[in-house]
Design a protein. Structure first.
Length: 120
């Protein structure tokens, strides 16, 4: 995986695992790969991977079972999607609308392209 220099690697790893939870690849109650496994698969320091897993627990996406590891928390997928939707509407959508105005793109064009993509 290529990491972005703008954010700490542990945050990017936590986001990657959240992506798997939000998409249903990891489901409620399922064990999340260990810090060692995450570190090996992403070629990062195990401490960085452990920090990512702890971040997931801190934000409620994972729960820790002593001696057994990290597991996807109940309601984690919905909570992740809700948090990300709010961030999208707050942070990304205004930038997108500004760019659309600059490029003279209207909502009907976006809708047409969206609908074409659904038919493909």
């Amino acid at each position: 995986m290529r990491f972005n220099d703008n954010r700490p690697i542990f945050e990017q790893i936590a986001e990657l695992i959240e992506d798997r939870i939000a998409s249903g690849d990891l489901v409620e109650g399922e064990r999340i790969p260990s810090a060692r496994d995450v570190a090996a698969s992403l070629e990062v320091n195990p401490n960085t991977a452990a920090r990512a897993l702890q971040a997931l627990a801190d934000n409620g996406a994972a729960r820790v079972e002593r001696g057994a590891g990290y597991f996807v928390a109940e309601g984690a997928a919905a909570a992740i999607r809700n948090r990300r939707r709010a961030a999208f509407f707050r942070d990304e959508l205004p930038r997108l609308f500004k760019r659309m105005r600059t490029l003279d793109i209207n909502m009907s064009e976006i809708s047409r392209i969206w609908n074409e993509g659904e038919q493909a």
